[in-house]
Design a binder for this molecule. Sequence first.
Ligand code: MN
Ligand code: MN
Length: 465
Amino acid sequence: MEENSVSKELKEKLFSKNKHAAKRISIEEKSASDSFAKDYMEFLNASKTEREACANAEKILKDNGFVPFQIGMTLKAGDKVYRNNRGKAIVAAVIGSASITDGVHICAAHIDSPRLDLKQNPLYEDHEMALFKTHYYGGIKKYQWGAMPLSLHGVVVKSDGSTVVVNIGEDEGDPVFCVTDLLPHLAEEQMKRPAGSLLRGEELNILVGSLPFNNDEESESVKLGILNILNEKYGMTEDDFISAELEAVPAYHTCDVGFDRSMIGSYGHDDRVCAYPALRAIVDCKAPVHTAVVVLTDKEETGSDGNTGLCSSYLKYFIDDLADCFGAKGRHVLSASQCLSADVNAAFDPTFPDVMEQKNCAYINRGVCVTKFTGARGKSGTSDASAEFVGVVRRLLDSKNVVWQTGELGKVDAGGGGTVAAYIANLDVDTIDVGVPVLCMHAPFEVVSKLDVYMTYRAFSVFVE
Ligand code: MN
Ligand code: MN
């Protein structure tokens, strides 16, 4: 009996505590998390592409007193500025009370998601059907994109230089589009293909019409009919596709998942499920000590290259310009800075347990996931946060009662993946990955837990405040 109680006491002192968030949070927090989820879902429905997410983020920033950053402007504690990078990425800052050379606290997340991009000559007619050719963007299981409703988003830059915005398939009454798939009755040969080519890249063709323009004998009359509609609606011609960026994404809206409504199902959680909490954290940040910076970036899903991705210098330039306002050097600011690089992690899936090392993976409802390292094949491509910085983050989250967990992206050598953390760490910033665990990541319908989304917001809040 006595020995038992000694063990019990010692266990309580030494073992990890129960991690299920629902068992650890108050009723007030549960209701705060439900209401946060509502706001997030609204943002998500209106932000299906990086451009839309960027525009909506800018609107939220402006509505909350953020003003466009100007080179050399006079800044004082509490001032709120932002810079929009080409309509696809955005950086915002709230000036802290400490000296800028004490470093800034950065939250980074990406607002691009896997999707189907239209090619530059997309429209063609085949057997009196009109279709779009696509090139997929990011890592997708191509077979998941057949036979479901798609909407079309983006911009067309016309020959006169004017830009027209396209957003069709989202509103009630809008038509939608779809990649056709083969009926099972005739799929005997298709079903023998390896899963990676069940639907091949050049088979991801989107059906966009079937009626001829007129009752005439002209060839390609269905294509003409579609171009005529596009011309009436957007004033565009076929050549204007060349300077367009049009993205096909799932047309459905977000929804609650589960009888208990504990989860959110949606396209594009990765990584707006971190971007929105980061945005809200900086909007709600009133009087930070260190200057708070949030960067919502583009191009993560294709490797972060390009001038709107985090391999470019735009974040560094922004910090440089900020430092200049205080007569400081950007590199001195960066070297003293800290970053929560926010991206989703894979959540344990009981149907596919074999890819996870269950002592070290992330689970839904255990809170925001802190990931010390990512990468593949022996941590290749990771920035691997130092024990010291993990210690800083751990103490911060614990002291503010943020429910959090650690997680590794799958078993060693099961695969792997990277985030933007390495690119920020390469600027000499202490950086660690944090984020929301996701089920069915990169699928057209991803699932997250409302509690985890809220705890991610709380983690950003306590980090920037
Ligand atoms: Mn991501
Ligand atoms: Mn991703």
